[in-house]
Write a protein that binds this ligand. Structure first.
Ligand SMILES: Cc1cc2nc3c(=O)[nH]c(=O)nc-3n(C[C@H](O)[C@H](O)[C@H](O)COP(=O)(O)OP(=O)(O)OC[C@H]3O[C@@H](n4cnc5c(N)ncnc54)[C@H](O)[C@@H]3O)c2cc1C
Length: 490
């Protein structure tokens, strides 16, 4: 085998996954990370005895992490559990829906509370599973930029079934067939799992409920940050070399081939560079301008988030780990997010409370609230001016819907806005998941996991194929390392 020197830029989950796979294949791997810690968006913080996961709160497909543990021979397991209750949904008129981890129970709940036809719900999930099974191998598990990948049986089966996939419908076109608009709203919400607009995103995203209900929603036993810790420890076990506080300033080229990365004015030579940072950054800061894929960079970005981290000196029995307080006008909320580019004044609020399960995340009798609102990505790069108005809307909506005066219980507070997300992780405008999926062909339009113009340059992470979110980022690491092995490693 050809032992390669590989430099990876960024230690997000995708960078860590690629590093583990490549070093397990026998290559010398070094990760350059501008922060003092690994994990990128998947990091944590503690304020006065309250621990908070800073970014992701929902884990699906944990087997992708188990796969890394196994292939590396790392001796400790990744500890996580499947959630029995997925989400508590709250509506302004007092309706409350509890989504348990059972399609049948959920269908009963929607039948009881929203007068939905149980069979229609079960059928919706059946289709979600069917679509997932035939599309995952085409869009998620392999590079779609390689023609030879379209010649395997599973992919051909998916292509034959394409007419059944409602490729020309939006999610909402399909979901509005439910009797009760509240059911439509619940199923439309899954578009936000990759920062998209259900009134524009393809119906294919209706595979996401199958991920959550069929394959399960999980929480690591010590909170989401345990994912980063586990992957970091595996990478160390495999011999990956970490260079923290090292911002890569340039990818050095020689005859259209990568030669190394420049950091702190010093050239670190290598055979292969894997970028785990936002495509905008790579093409605008690290490479000469002639390589910019202009059309691709102009595509619409996914939404961003505004997060309030609150230490709450009270326990709320009506809340679970994941809670949604819905906007009364969902369509208008997305119109604000993607057209008017300002947050809506009646925003949907997501409250995540890990201390419901991880008891040490908050002092006794208290809870660690991660209160998130979807907001537009900040393409102007300017300061956020809407914070005070947004906070006021969030507080009054929580007070109204939960019947409390929440401010009397807020003991500690910290915030994260799109500008912070960009500064801390390099994501363009703070978008959470790279490009949005508000286009019927978005799955085909993501940047490939390799450069077709520069030899030795590869891409992983939320801004490239197959997309954003922890599982897809882990898969990008898998796809890219397989291509590296095929192209260079033998
Ligand atoms: C608030 C929030 C909530 C989310 N919720 C969920 C969720 O519930 N479930 C889910 O699956 N996903 C969620 N996501 C999305 C998920 O976090 C991301 O898709 C994923 O973590 C991105 O990983 P990545 O590998 O692309 O790298 P990133 O996490 O983007 O990390 C990139 C790394 O590169 C480093 N870097 C940047 N520039 C340089 C440079 N020049 N030199 C060296 N290093 C550099 C950065 O410091 C950073 O560490 C959420 C994200 C946020 C912010």
């Amino acid at each position: 085998m050809n032992k390669l020197n590989i430099n990876i830029i960024g230690s997000g989950v995708a960078g860590l996954a690629a590093a583990i796979r490549l070093s397990a294949n026998g290559h010398n791997v070094t990760i350059f990370e501008k922060n003092a810690y690994p994990g990128g968006k998947l990091s944590e913080m503690t304020i006065s005895n309250y621990r908070f996961d800073k970014g992701p709160s929902l884990l699906t497909l944990p087997e992708l992490i188990d796969e890394l543990t196994k292939l590396s021979g790392y001796p400790s397991k990744f500890n996580y559990h499947r959630l029995k209750t997925l989400t508590h949904y709250f509506f302004e008129d007092g309706t409350r829906i509890i989504a348990k981890d059972s399609v049948s129970d959920f269908a009963d709940e929607l039948n009881r509370k929203l007068n939905e036809d149980k069979n229609q719900i079960l059928n919706h999930f059946k289709k979600s599973k069917f679509y997932y099974n035939i599309t995952a191998d085409i869009f998620l598990n392999q590079s779609i930029s390689s023609f030879k990948n379209f010649l395997n049986l599973k992919t051909l089966k998916g292509i034959i079934n394409a007419p059944k996939l409602n490729l020309f419908n939006t999610m909402h076109d399909i979901n509005r067939r439910f009797k009760n608009p509240k059911t439509t709203q619940i199923f439309n919400r899954y578009a936000t799992y990759n920062g998209s607009n259900p009134y524009k995103a393809p119906a294919l995203l209706n595979i996401i409920p199958n991920l959550e209900f069929g394959l399960g929603a999980y929480l690591p036993n010590k909170g989401m940050h345990e994912i980063t810790e586990h992957l970091y420890n595996i990478a160390l076990h495999c011999g990956v070399n970490f260079k923290f506080n090292e911002r890569v300033e340039k990818i050095e080229l020689e005859n259209k081939k990568v030669n190394g990365v420049l950091s702190g004015g010093k050239l670190h030579k290598c055979d292969v560079v894997v970028s785990d940072i936002d495509l905008h950054l790579v093409y605008s800061k690290l490479l000469p301008p002639q390589y910019k894929p202009k059309k691709l960079l102009k595509q619409e970005k996914s939404s961003s988030a505004f997060v309030f981290y609150w230490g709450i000196k009270k326990e709320f029995a009506q809340l679970s780990i994941h809670n949604i307080l819905f906007s009364e006008n969902y369509e208008e909320e997305f119109n604000y997010l993607f057209t008017k580019n300002v947050p809506f004044n009646d925003p949907t609020i997501y409250i995540n409370i890990t201390s419901k399960h991880c008891k040490t995340d908050a002092p006794s009798g208290c809870e660690n609230w991660f209160v998130m609102v979807n907001v537009p990505h900040n393409s102007s790069g300017k300061d956020i001016t809407y914070e005070a108005a947004l906070r006021k809307n969030v507080v009054s909506k929580i007070n109204r819907m939960l019947g409390v005066n929440i401010e009397t219980y807020i003991e500690v507070e910290h915030t994260l806005n799109p500008f912070d997300i960009e500064t801390q992780t390099g994501s363009f405008g703070g978008s959470l998941y790279g490009n949005s999926s508000n286009n019927k062909f978005s799955a085909f339009l993501r940047h490939a996991n390799y450069s077709s113009k520069l030899k030795g340059l590869f891409f992983v992470g939320g801004s490239v194929h197959p997309g954003g979110g922890i599982p897809l980022c882990l898969l990008s690491g898998k796809i890219a390392s397989k291509i590296i092995q095929e192209k260079h490693g033998k």
